[in-house]
Design a binder for this molecule. Structure first.
Ligand SMILES: *[C@@H]1O[C@H](CO)[C@@H](O)[C@H](O)[C@H]1NC(C)=O
Ligand SMILES: *[C@@H]1O[C@H](CO)[C@@H](O)[C@H](O)[C@H]1NC(C)=O
Ligand SMILES: *[C@@H]1O[C@H](CO)[C@@H](O)[C@H](O)[C@H]1NC(C)=O
Ligand SMILES: *[C@@H]1O[C@H](CO)[C@@H](O)[C@H](O)[C@H]1NC(C)=O
Ligand SMILES: *[C@@H]1O[C@H](CO)[C@@H](O)[C@H](O)[C@H]1NC(C)=O
Ligand SMILES: *[C@@H]1O[C@H](CO)[C@@H](O)[C@H](O)[C@H]1NC(C)=O
Ligand SMILES: *[C@@H]1O[C@H](CO)[C@@H](O)[C@H](O)[C@H]1NC(C)=O
Ligand SMILES: *[C@@H]1O[C@H](CO)[C@@H](O)[C@H](O)[C@H]1NC(C)=O
Ligand SMILES: *[C@@H]1O[C@H](CO)[C@@H](O)[C@H](O)[C@H]1NC(C)=O
Length: 790
């Protein structure tokens, strides 16, 4: 993170030194006898912001706005007369006794906008644009501010702008979207503070809640990671004077803005040569308010059809099993009033809608629990401030609305359950502690997850003896296969639990401490589409990783097998594709680490009993970090046919090389054919080339695996082929990120046209002799190593 910030600072310094190219009349203050006319600009003292007339669309419509003076693409952050444009080129912004600040066109007798303040002697007032972007009207001498633009935000929140309610004046500030990209008029989306209950931030469309950023829980809003602290230090004030949220600059050279766009998405942008989107909400299905109905938890990692689960102690309201919009109700016959009830922790969630919650900042969590237990109407509790182990108390009464799980942040909530649900939970926990050595535990129904801070190395360590016994001394009969980094064995522990054991090859060149740290980091990666690591072992020369064992083997044993591939209908295959995409996205963006897999392929995707995909070998790239720099490696590890051209040929790897491998895998799942070695006869000698030819001719449908069954939508498969082709484009920059891929897979928005894919085999061996490449790989599905002479 800090290196990104440093880069920003460098870039900002660069363009702060550029000469200003503006040739209009620049003013530093607006005085009664010096109004601003259309064409003039008012600039702030260090020239960060400018104010003047602009037209976002129709040039006949002139608005007074504030923009960044040095950002080349005009970026409007504030608009005065947003609903009443000037229709001519005679627009004037002036100081006026009647109105304070007034905008009019050719006809001065009809003001189009006014600040609505009365000045008894306007000649004693001046208006200035501050370096924060705030237009202020000041009294000479006293410098008292009589009016400021920051009290009337448009669609953008800037540093030091206060959002919320001034309890004394009754003034309420919130963001309101533009009507459209070329009309800054008041749009239908608003983002502001709802002061009810435990106050929270809401994004509304009209009166309807669209997304809830949730209450302030000490260092963040409930639905946002603290991460934004690297850009902002946000402060929240709730006292008798005000209830407000303010962003301040963490680094004053950063240019960032929070904007709610005309389609109702709240976005954070950071300037770095261009506006870089830092985050946006709502984006995931579970972000939208109340998707699953009352008393549910929404989990975006699952397909949306399965995303909703009932909270512990509740059951689906609708008679069908799925939860859907109707939500959940208390289990039939369950008593939760003075009848042995208790609480179950639901980990890492966005706190439920708190508009009717009660808060007491002077209670401890234990006192909070007691208070909730005594009050039969209390349905859940937690601390009001998540810092330092929890401070204060919030209690909910009645239905719990709009909860969701986050993979790596969120707060724990304690939900009231009846004695039976409580007992079941204890039992589960007990049996879990007896058998599993790992701390991963997710109860299917409630989405309960143990706190990962409890993961420590002791829990993960296995003795070499245990592993040797479990694998029959690493016998050949137990060998499941050969992965990129060493052989994999099946093992059975004393208690009968099946495990997969990966014995790392000796060339890792990594010290034991490093190895331990890596295992700990990787152990914290938890996602349902990643194979779980249970532990590790290092003794003498041995470095071993222990994983959960998945009996159904890998995806390749299905899709490339004439008989087994029929098991995978299109619906199944689509679920598998989506699962792999989500797992990869988690590695790339959602986990605390950024992991580039580097060897994604069909044989590294395992299927569990329900045929859910789980990516294996994802920690390898980090475990072998010793030999590689951030973006370049001498030792190219990967599998022929899945390697992006820049990686195979130059050793350059990035998240985009994984995206390339994902694209190849996607095509293989659709076609049931291997990329490498499938098409000796075709001019491009691989699957990508063949699909590309058919795609160009509009005949891509021909490539669909015939054993996929009958019941599918051709358009859906064609869309997947298009997504795959986008992923395998020749230039890494053209390829989408995994978050874009996941969203393309999950909605029907129009897709860009793919550009020419990389024809790796052809490029690498122009003679067509595909076995004669530099590193000596054969064109099969075995991971190979190319050592480049450098
Ligand atoms: C601006 O033009 C619109 C139609 O183009 C008209 O309805 C409106 O009255 C005009 N406003 C002024 C101030 O002339
Ligand atoms: C001034 O008052 C008018 C009429 O009540 C209102 O429409 C407008 O929004 C007010 N202007 C500001 C800046 O509050
Ligand atoms: C108010 O201040 C402005 C600028 O500081 C100055 O030009 C103007 O003359 C002052 N007016 C009075 C009445 O002092
Ligand atoms: C305006 O300023 C002048 C001189 O600075 C002062 O004499 C006068 O009282 C002021 N008027 C008001 C209404 O404050
Ligand atoms: C932001 O951080 C700076 C330095 O740590 C501090 O001086 C400032 O008061 C903070 N601002 C807010 C709004 O918290
Ligand atoms: C908050 O809790 C404390 C300690 O239990 C109690 O003394 C106080 O009355 C409570 N405040 C309110 C407003 O309920
Ligand atoms: C494994 O090897 C060790 C030493 O080579 C031997 O003592 C032991 O009996 C072997 N165990 C099994 C299960 O083969
Ligand atoms: C997956 O594995 C389970 C358990 O071994 C087995 O019952 C099931 O038939 C397998 N499914 C497929 C499709 O092979
Ligand atoms: C394909 O799967 C079947 C059934 O699991 C198995 O018997 C057969 O050996 C497999 N074929 C190949 C070529 O692996």
């Amino acid at each position: 993170m800090s290196s990104i910030i440093e880069a920003f600072i460098k870039i900002l310094l660069l363009f702060l030194l550029l000469p200003s190219s503006i040739c209009q009349l620049s003013l530093d203050a607006l005085k009664p006898d010096h109004p601003i006319r259309d064409g003039d600009v008012l600039v702030s003292s260090t020239q960060i912001f400018a104010l003047g007339f602009f037209s976002p669309g129709n040039p006949q419509h002139r608005y007074v706005g504030v923009w960044y003076n040095k950002v080349p693409e005009q970026t409007i952050v504030w608009v005065a007369n947003r609903d009443n444009p000037v229709n001519d080129s005679y627009g004037v912004l002036s100081i006026n006794g009647d109105g304070g600040l007034v905008i009019h066109g050719k006809d001065p007798s009809t003001p189009l906008w006014s600040a609505n303040v009365t000045l008894s002697s306007p000649y004693n007032f001046t208006a200035k644009l501050l370096d924060t972007g705030n237009l202020v009207l000041l009294e000479n001498g006293s410098q008292r501010v009589v009016w400021e633009g920051f009290d009337y935000p448009s669609d953008t929140m800037l540093y030091f702008m206060k959002m919320g309610l001034n309890r004394r004046s009754g003034l309420e500030c919130h963001l309101t979207s533009w009507k459209s990209k070329d009309d800054p008029g008041t749009g239908s989306y608003t983002y502001g503070i709802d002061p009810m209950g435990f106050p929270q931030l809401f994004l509304h469309k009209g009166r309807e809640a669209s997304w809830r950023a949730g209450p302030w829980i000490g260092d963040r809003l409930s639905a946002l990671p603290v991460m934004t602290a690297t850009i902002y230090n946000t402060s929240f004030v709730n006292n008798e004077d005000e209830i407000t949220l303010v962003f301040a600059v963490a680094k004053d050279s950063l240019i960032t803005r929070v904007v709610i766009d005309e389609s109702g998405i709240l976005q954070v942008f950071v300037w770095n040569d261009q506006w870089i989107k830092f985050s946006s909400h709502p984006t995931e299905w579970c972000d939208y308010y109340g998707q699953c109905g009352p008393n549910t938890n929404c989990d975006s990692e699952k397909d949306y059809k399965l995303a909703c689960t009932c909270l512990p102690g509740f059951e689906s309201k609708s008679p069908s099993l799925s939860v859907g919009k109707t939500g959940c109700i208390r289990k039939a016959g369950a008593s939760t009033c003075q009848n042995g009830e208790g609480f179950v922790k639901v980990a890492r969630v966005k706190l439920p809608d708190s508009s009717t919650a009660h808060v007491n900042m002077s209670m401890s969590l234990e006192e909070c629990k007691q208070k909730c237990l005594m009050d039969c109407s209390c349905s859940a509790y937690t601390s009001a401030d998540d810092r330092g182990g929890g401070i204060g108390c919030v209690t909910w009464h009645g239905d719990l609305m709009d909860m969701r799980t986050f993979s790596d942040f969120g707060q724990d909530l304690y939900v009231r359950v009846d004695v039976t649900s409580l007992g079941k939970r204890r039992q589960n926990k007990y049996s879990f502690e007896l058998t599993a050595r790992s701390t991963y535990f997710e109860e299917a129904a409630g989405g309960l997850v143990l706190d990962d801070s409890r993961i420590n190395l002791e829990l993960l360590l296995f003795h070499l003896n245990t592993i040797a016994t479990a694998t029959n001394n690493f016998s050949i009969e137990n060998k499941l296969g050969e992965g990129g980094f060493g052989p994999v064995y099946k093992g059975i522990l004393y208690d009968g639990k099946e495990i997969a054991v990966k014995r790392l090859s000796k060339f890792s060149g990594q010290g034991v401490e490093e190895f331990k740290n890596e295992v700990l980091l990787i152990a914290k990666l938890q996602h349902r589409n990643l194979v779980k690591i249970l532990g590790c072992c290092f003794e003498g020369e041995e470095k071993i990783l222990i994983y959960e064992y998945l009996p159904n083997k890998s995806l390749d044993s299905f899709i490339f097998n004439e008989t087994r591939r029929a098991i995978l209908s299109w619906t199944r295959r689509f679920e598998i594709i989506l699962g792999i995409a989500r797992g990869l996205l988690y590695l790339h963006e959602d986990s605390r680490l950024r992991i580039i897999h580097r060897d994604l392929k069909a044989s590294n995707v395992l299927l569990d009993n329900s045929l859910n995909p789980k990516i294996a070998d994802f920690g390898m790239a980090r475990i072998f970090r010793g030999e590689q720099t951030e973006a370049n490696t001498k030792r190219v590890v990967g599998t022929y046919g899945y390697m992006s051209p820049e990686y195979a040929m130059e050793g350059l790897f990035s998240i985009k090389s994984d995206v390339y491998s994902f694209g190849v895998l996607l095509l293989e799942i659709i076609t049931g054919k291997k990329n490498a070695g499938s098409y000796e006869k075709y001019p491009y000698s691989n699957l990508i080339g063949h699909v590309w030819e058919l795609w160009k001719e509009g005949r891509a449908v021909k490539i669909i695996d015939s054993s996929i069954g009958e019941s599918y939508l051709v358009s859906e498969i064609i869309r997947c082929i298009q997504i795959a082709l986008l992923c395998v484009q020749e230039f890494a920059t053209d390829r989408p990120t995994m978050s874009a891929v996941v969203s393309m897979l999950s909605n029907d928005a129009a897709l860009p046209s793919p550009r020419r894919p990389a024809f790796l085999l052809k490029t690498m061996s122009p003679s067509g002799d595909s076995s004669s490449n530099k590193g000596g790989c054969s064109v099969n599905d075995v991971t190979c190593t190319i050592v480049e002479a450098r």
